[in-house]
Ligand binder design. Structure first.
Ligand code: FCB
Length: 446
């Protein structure tokens, strides 16, 4: 039986975080305000009125955190760069002190033998840009590319590969369609221009990175979609959901076209956002890798009320994380095989850029060990089935600020006591360390 120890030689092991979830220091060294700073101030927006104001204080404690990564023996650290640290209002002059932080972090990582894998946008848009329309406005895409170029000019000599965007699907849906994340707009389908402008931003930034000889990935949240039954209504609904969640962002990147959104009553111009030539800008630069953030499959039934062409149905009979998310490791294998079937030779190598689970407070996290083992075994099976899988970055190194859930969902291999900032490795930390070491030994012997 193929298992996680059979992942290919050269497979890269890593951990993931994101700026607003770990850094804190929101007023430090000239950082501008982000949409998350503003959103957290809205009464009721975030559980217990929490915010990322302090978070894990990674901005100051990063040397200790890099020490933890060295102990784990990971190959890579996926973190994100806060746009408002680099360009506080999203445009205009670069703030050198903001870039200095990432410069120090990159050097610290390299000293520890850990390759930096930065994400340029993990949802913390400068509030000044949101005030001008945010991702609903086309200009934001061009400003993103300028920012990407400025960061790459500073760090590109030491950072070989970059992730442009994190989960543009989740950002569009939660941030602009439903309003449960920053910037808190509830526009439903009128949020679709935020999909196109993020994709355009990716393409323009990818061109900047490529022009500097750098590698480009994008990370999206993907889910295998299962129809609640074989009834035609359920199957059509599952198809419509799959189009929105999985294909809306992947088809333009890999195929240079939008999927058919007619189930939503939306034409190929995404409510007027798409202009001639845009799709060439999105897909033209190409991708060195597709980042897959996988947490769970989705079960879909026909809608019971007017509005959207689908309804979410519960997945029964499986364990659930502290968050309540169903645990279905096989879904990762299924997802990767579906991607290959769908995109064939256009599918770039896969890196799992996020996967993990929240558990209760404490360091005894046998649940997480099972979760990770199951998903890594599924990934190894996908690899044995011929999918080119290059790496796995677990979410997350540290317990951190989990967006609208505040500090109530703990995803870390390392426990953080938020009152004292004390870090304590959980049981899964030692397990992951030992797995990485065992895999290296086995690969060396092959
Ligand atoms: C993903 C996000 C990441 C984290 C995990 C749990 O959707 O990209 O920041 O919150 O979920």
């Amino acid at each position: 039986m193929t298992d996680r120890h059979d992942l290919p030689a050269g497979f890269r092991w890593g951990v993931s975080t994101a700026a607003y979830q770990v850094e804190g220091a929101v007023d430090e060294d000239g950082r501008g305000r982000s949409v998350w700073d503003a959103f957290c101030e809205r009464p009721g927006a975030v559980k217990d009125g929490e915010s990322g104001r302090v978070a894990c204080d990674h901005y100051r404690r990063w040397p200790q955190d890099v020490g933890l990564m060295r102990e784990l023996g990971v190959d890579g650290y996926r973190f994100s760069i806060a746009w408002p640290r680099v360009r506080p209002t999203g445009r205009g002059p670069v703030n050198p002190a903001g870039l200095d932080f990432y410069d120090r972090l990159v050097d610290g990582l390299l000293d520890a033998g850990v390759t930096p894998l930065p994400t340029l946008f993990h949802w913390d848009l400068p509030q000044a840009l949101e005030d001008g329309g945010g991702w609903l406005r086309r200009e934001t895409a061009f400003l993103f590319a300028e920012y990407a170029g400025a960061v790459a000019d500073r760090l590109g000599d030491r950072v070989p590969a970059w992730i442009t965007l994190n989960e543009p699907f989740v950002h569009m849906v939660y941030g602009y369609a439903l309003g449960v994340h920053a910037p808190g707009r509830a526009l439903m389908l009128d949020a679709l221009p935020a999909a196109h402008h993020q994709l355009l931003a990716h393409g323009l930034a990818a061109a900047e990175l490529r022009a500097r000889g750098l590698g480009v990935l994008v990370a999206n949240n993907l889910t295998p979609v299962r129809a609640a039954s074989d009834a035609p209504g359920d199957r059509a609904a599952a198809d419509a959901y799959d189009t929105l969640h999985n294909r809306l962002f992947t088809d333009p990147l890999l195929l240079g076209r939008y999927p058919d959104l007619s189930a939503y009553g939306v034409g190929p111009d995404l409510r007027g956002a798409v202009r001639d030539g845009d799709l060439d800008l999105v897909s033209g630069p190409g991708l060195d890798g597709l980042g897959v953030n996988y947490y769970n499959p989705t079960r879909i039934a026909a809608p019971t009320e007017p509005g959207l062409p689908f309804a979410e149905a519960p997945i029964e009979g499986v364990p659930r994380t502290h968050f309540g998310w169903p645990v279905v490791p096989e879904g990762l294998h299924e997802l990767l095989l579906t991607l290959r079937e769908r995109y064939g030779a256009a599918l770039p190598p896969i890196t799992v850029t996020e996967n993990g689970c929240s558990t209760g407070d404490g360091v005894d996290d046998a649940f997480r060990i099972d979760y990770l083992a199951g998903h890594l075994d599924a990934l190894a099976r996908a690899s044995a089935d011929g999918i080119d899988v290059r790496g796995y970055y677990t979410w997350s190194l540290l317990d951190n600020f989990e967006w609208a859930e505040g500090y109530s969902q703990r995803f870390g291999l390392v426990h953080v006591d938020f009152a004292t900032q004390r870090r304590t490795p959980k049981c899964s930390f030692a397990w992951y360390r030992d797995l990485i070491a065992a895999h290296r030994t086995k690969s060396a012997a092959r």
